[in-house]
Design a protein around this ligand. Sequence first.
Ligand SMILES: [Mg+2]
Length: 386
Amino acid sequence: MKIKEITAFPVRIPHGDESEGKDRPAVIDFGDYFVDEQAFTSIYSKHHETTVIKIETDTGIVGWGEAQSPVSPRTTQVIIEDLVRPLIMGRDPFDIEAIWTRNFGAMRERGHPTGFYIDAIGGTDIALWDIVGKATGMPVHKLAGGRYRDKVKLYAGMGGTDPEKVADTAEEHVGYGYQALKLHLLLDAEGVAEIARAVRKRVGPKIMLMCDVHMRQSVTSATKLGRELEKLDFTWLESPLVPDDIPGAVALAESLDMAVAIGEWSRTRYEMREAFERRAYDIVMHDIARTGITEGHRIGTIADTYSIPVAPHVGGGGILSVASTVEYSASCSNFMIMEHSHHANSFKNAITAENYEPSNGYFEVTDKPGLGIEIDQSLVEKYVVS
Ligand SMILES: [Mg+2]
């Protein structure tokens, strides 16, 4: 079998969601994009943006993948067309690891060991796994390590600034069947703790709670906040510091009893080696639509060597990000729990022939070949950014 064509579709799907984060601190508006006014944190789109990848073979089998592109999906498209396409044309899709290594090496010396380029080769890797699954009639998880579990446990994400409103949203999601919730709280440590108290009071002691503070804390404020969250039996404090502060993450992981979860921004084992060696991770949360399935498994295996659980990040990823993370999670020995956005899943499904949905807080692991999801190209084309 040979790769005959690769096509990247940069898509922008309008948001329909009103309940998972519209209530947030003040932002600076940049047209389709915005950033927080009070912190130097990530730029976000007002829409759902990502890059969908299609790989065609000479046998007629087609694979789909996603290179997560929460902003500027056209950047990823150009990388696929100008760099990845010539590197993979004519190759056998079964040479998945060899193709990843060739792709990674091609731009390593040029200073692209992370970011858009690695997202592009990660999305390509996902599409190749889909092809190999379809060619063998097997689900990806069976080929990428085997089935460790029959269903993949999810936590639902939500945000806000008003304690009672966030507690309302938390209660709503418990009503959908989620037993685990994560709060995205973009406030100072005192404001975060106040919302955390309101949510714990509302949902009771049995619901697993986590808190993501999106790099807004110092070691001192995160330590103080962590102590408050420990009293409320929160499972993890996520992304407390800027990504580069590995010594700070180590200090925090040592001083808190609760877990500190980081790593969504990292894409390869090379990038993560120091954090593993210094035990900066209590829980590692790499994102499969950034790492790809091949490198994602390598990172998961290293985590297992250090007795570190894996809680894959999905964040702004689209429906192929969700499906590839389910397949990865099913085949990851040290999997803990997977991120999910309950309401966002409906607009992510705008490109599927058949809705890909969890039920009662879990994705069932199926025997469908490949990623187990059907993409409708005419729907993808409808949302292409011109
Ligand atoms: Mg996060």
